[in-house]
Design a protein around this ligand. Sequence first.
Ligand code: VGL
Ligand code: ZN
Length: 202
Amino acid sequence: MAQTTEALIVIDVQNDFCPGGALAVAGGDEIIPRINRLMQEIPVTILTQDWHPEEHLSFAAMHEGRAPFDTIEMPYGPQTLWPSHCVWGTPGAAFHPALAIDPADLILRKGFRAEIDSYSAFFENDHATATGLAGYLRERGITDLTFTGLALDYCVAWSAIDAARLGFRVRVLEGACRAIDLGGSLAAARAAMRDAGVELEA
Ligand code: VGL
Ligand code: ZN
């Protein structure tokens, strides 16, 4: 069978990141029709799902005297504290109902360990604990990745940068993403993606 070398990676298009959700990204749901069309054009689709236990340490509620969007120091480095979101088994953790999920070959969950966050689809936030996605892609002979989803300046950017460092050819379709943009995070993420060799397309 002909080997495909291209995959679409759709990051965290879940209810909690869409309008009305616990960590809503402005316009998060607007990108879904384009993502669904891309699934018809790119032979392999992989979805990621932010998937946290209720007592995840990235949640501000777990830290007395802290508020969402504060930054604290964790053993693996600085960590932004978030409103509780994408708690496994809750409606907020489910994929947005408009997202096509049937075409996906793989659904990768991340952030399921209470003591460490995982923005990237490849490594947890210690930049060392692998999720297994690189091995999956390499075993299938996939070399070229197109990233879409939420949020552009966190999970999409961290995933795309790791992918480029791992040697994949990487493009991010910015029009099929939306950003949180916290304290200049969008500009910083775009610069870091460019430095890593990620192609930014509309
Ligand atoms: C995300 C913050 C916390 C994301 C996930 O998907 O970008 N951001 N958890
Ligand atoms: Zn999260």
